[in-house]
Ligand binder design. Structure first.
Ligand code: HAM
Length: 422
């Protein structure tokens, strides 16, 4: 039985050599823990919601593209439901439902698995994990800068630097002014934004034709993009990031507009500098979404970003920034004398109780196989109980890197491992 196309299996390392595309569970945890630790460093709190939501949460709010990619069905109770394709509508629903209970601004993050029925292509899967960080209840551009700084630092925490990625900053607001100046009818504004969003991926002839229907030329569009004049809001964000010493990571770029329907203000996307990969992350302000989702009951400004694990892991791999992972064992207890199995189990348990990662052979096994297993598991040391000439049980603790060996009493193994670790 094969797994479904676009879905991934995550295996522990070392990954078996195979043509099949396998993903590393260790690398995934490595990325997740960087996300979580940087989010906490910025004072963000973790939340989660259900992976299945009412279909209605996405229709009209997220935009056609994402709605066309939903995994949706009717459940046994006749409800129209969808696997979450993104976290933002869930966050908006959750924040609106209990905003009174929390001091503003809310600074929340999550690492959900998301599902989109995408066309098979590089960097796109039918499921991915996405680090989401959002701020609710703050309209000042200081919040946009705080989020962009968090995005930058999440990538820096994984070893990427200004030579690897850039955040391209833009503004839906600036494009909205363009729409008004060009008298594009309001109901066609989102269609126009989608043309801009696809500018870098679409053939110029197709873009020209689509723009002509709105009375705009490609030259006008390009001239607006190359003018690159920051709006006052964007200038405040850039100044704030410069004060943090992060200016080199951001660039004003009006080619970015974002595909999702709900964005209202500054928007941004992070890309690898060489342009080899799709966007690493994207986000922006969506000041109307809470109002929409709550049926007008809660009106709070909000903004955030999502960073997927797929492109990021590929980028980290290409830069040699994914470490090698092992079971992280401090010791492997060899049981060469089966008459000492009970005593060995007691040592294993004592070490584990002390928080030391330990493994041992579950059943009688040849000595050389046990030692090989200790090496394969990359244990730092082996521990072996043996009976001395006088019948007392002693322990041999061996450092597998230096091959130094100590003979200590049965109750001194923990102290010996600790001393060795210093
Ligand atoms: P998005 O641009 O659709 O934004 O996704 C954000 C990131 O998730 C992308 O840059 C990409 O790295 C990753 N991603 C998206 N779809 C896939 C896929 N099919 N396979 C692999 N990776 C993918 C959002 O989802 C917004 N809700 C982000 C946000 C949060 N805006 C405000 N708050």
């Amino acid at each position: 039985m094969e797994r479904l196309p676009g879905f991934r299996d995550f295996y522990p390392e070392p990954l078996p050599p195979t043509k099949d595309e396998l993903w590393s569970m260790d690398a995934r945890n490595h990325v997740f823990s960087a996300w979580r630790s940087v989010a906490r460093r910025y004072g963000f709190r973790e939340y989660d919601g259900p992976p299945l939501e009412p279909l209605e949460l996405y229709t009209n709010k997220s935009g056609e593209e994402i709605v066309g990619q939903l995994f949706n069905f009717e459940d046994k109770g006749g409800r129209l439901v969808a696997l979450r394709p993104e976290m933002t509508p869930t966050l908006a629903r959750m924040a609106a439902a209990h905003e009174h209970a929390y001091k503003k601004p809310l600074k929340w993050f999550s690492v959900p698995q998301l599902f989109r029925y995408e066309k098979q292509q590089k960097g796109r899967k039918r499921e991915h994990f996405q680090f989401n960080a959002d701020i609710v209840g703050e309209s000042d551009p200081a919040a946009d800068a705080e989020l962009i700084a968090l995005l930058i630092d999440s990538l820096r925490a994984l070893g990427l630097g200004e030579q690897d990625f850039v955040v391209r900053l833009s503004s839906r607001g600036a494009w909205q002014q363009f729409v008004e100046r060009r008298a594009i009818p309001p109901e066609k504004a989102y269609g126009f934004f989608q043309i801009v969003d696809k500018l870098e991926r679409e053939r110029p002839a197709v873009t020209t034709q689509k723009l002509a229907e709105l009375g705009v030329t490609l030259a006008e569009l390009e001239s607006f993009i190359s003018s690159g004049e920051p709006t006052p809001e964007l200038r405040a964000i850039l100044d704030n990031l410069a004060a943090r010493g992060l200016a080199a990571f951001v660039r004003l770029d009006y080619r970015v507009i974002r595909g999702l329907a709900y964005y209202t203000g500054p928007v941004f996307e992070a890309f690898d500098i060489k342009g080899e990969f799709r966007a690493i992350a994207g986000g922006g302000r969506y000041d109307q979404l809470l109002k929409q989702v709550s049926g007008g009951k809660v009106d709070l400004p909000a903004l955030g970003f999502g960073m997927g694990d797929v492109v990021l892991t590929e980028l980290l791999k290409s830069r040699g920034l994914i470490p090698r992972f092992t079971a992280g064992l401090r010791a492997y207890v060899l049981i060469e004398d089966e008459t000492l199995r009970r005593e060995s189990l007691a040592v294993v348990q004592r070490l584990r109780d002390a928080g030391v990662a330990v493994d041992y052979p579950l059943t009688p096994t040849k000595s050389d196989k046990q030692f090989k297993r200790a090496l394969e598991l990359a244990a730092a040391s082996t521990v072996r109980l043996e009976r001395g000439d006088d019948g007392t049980v002693q322990s041999r603790v061996k450092d597998l890197t230096t091959r130094t060996e100590w003979i200590v009493g049965r109750d001194e193994v923990l102290a010996c491992l600790k001393a060795e670790a210093v």
